[in-house]
Design a protein around this ligand. Structure first.
Ligand code: NDP
Length: 286
């Protein structure tokens, strides 16, 4: 079998054009969806992600601003800034680019963002809502993965989904979303014994370990749907996923490439969450 590629770049363009229409409709009601991104320090990768988010906002007609703060910023100053944004009715979504400098407690910052403006979906209230199957902001990468699976008509109900990775931003929430959609979910992590025994049983295999090319064709069941979340920078400067693409694509029925797979969907779902925030939390969809 040679897998069909699930192209996140093309799907993103389609979803973003729907978002642009939503923005237009909101503007006609006098609401311009606005995302504020806070970035602290000079990390080039973070700066590049933030620029990508700003560009995506402007392409869909949304407004955004970036607050750039020096790495010497204190936690107290940052929390004061966030408090101001929470109270600012023209700001619908707030995102603090992670990671933060060591002297700032990440959890305190996440919990200081109003759950109604938490477009990253990291606030414990929103995580709790996700766990209990209530409408909420979904974390962007898992939301993008589910959107892709739906767009490619992948049946989730009754399938065995195996998730490699259990981070708070990818592994855990994507497994929870699959469970909410009635998959049977297995999580594997660095302490799992004989990971291959699980991957070979997966109807839907989510790779989110950040271990380049570590999953090969022999680790995958014939006809599996493989979602490769990993983004690994190789020595020659190219990007690679967690899957050894050629051998896994031989076995799978559907697979996401890296790049042009999950990555573009992540920013797209951030835009979608910002629209939802502008519409009011009652409109949170899923
Ligand atoms: P983390 O480093 O936070 O988590 C990695 C997870 O992989 C951990 O749970 C770890 O287990 C697990 N793991 C490590 N080794 C193994 C192994 N041999 N077998 C099974 N599980 C293992 O990473 P993130 O979740 O933040 O990101 C994962 C990857 O996805 C990275 O490559 C990242 O760059 C990429 N990414 C891509 C995004 C996109 O938009 N496409 C967005 C976010 C991330 P343990 O918990 O035991 O340590």
């Amino acid at each position: 079998m040679t897998a069909i590629e699930m192209n996140g770049k093309d799907l993103s363009q389609k979803v973003r054009s729907d978002i642009a229409e939503d923005v237009q409709q909101l503007k006609e009601k006098g609401i311009t969806p606005h995302l504020t991104v806070i970035i602290i320090g000079d990390d080039p990768a973070s700066k590049s992600y933030v620029r990508g988010k700003e560009k995506a906002c402007s392409e869909t007609g949304m407004s955004s601003d970036i607050i750039e703060l020096p790495s010497s910023t204190t936690e107290k100053d940052l929390l004061t800034r966030i408090d101001g944004l929470n109270k600012d009715e023209t700001v619908h979504g707030i995102l603090v680019q992670l990671p933060l400098p060591d002297h700032i407690n990440e959890q305190n910052v996440i919990e200081s963002i109003s759950p109604t403006k938490d477009v990253d979906g990291f606030h414990p209230i929103n995580v709790g809502k996700l766990m209990t199957g209530q409408s909420t902001f979904l974390p962007c990468t898992p939301y993008g993965i589910i959107t892709m699976l739906n767009a490619y008509d992948v049946t989730i109900e009754g399938k065995h989904a195996v998730v490699l990775g259990r981070s708070n931003i990818v592994g855990k929430p994507v497994g929870q979303l699959l469970l909410n959609d009635n998959a049977t979910v297995t999580y594997c992590h660095s302490r799992t014994k004989n990971v291959t025994a699980f991957t070979q049983e997966a109807d839907i295999l989510i790779l989110a370990t950040g271990r380049a090319n570590s999953i090969r064709g022999e680790h995958v069941k014939s006809g599996a749907v493989v979602v490769d979340v990993g983004i690994n920078r190789m020595e020659d400067g190219t990007l690679s996923g967690d899957a050894d693409f050629p051998s896994v694509a031989e076995k799978a029925s559907l697979i996401t490439p890296v790049p042009r797979g999950v990555g573009p969907m992540t920013i797209t779902m951030l835009l979608k969450n910002t629209i939802t925030a502008a519409e009011g939390l009652d409109a949170v969809g899923k």
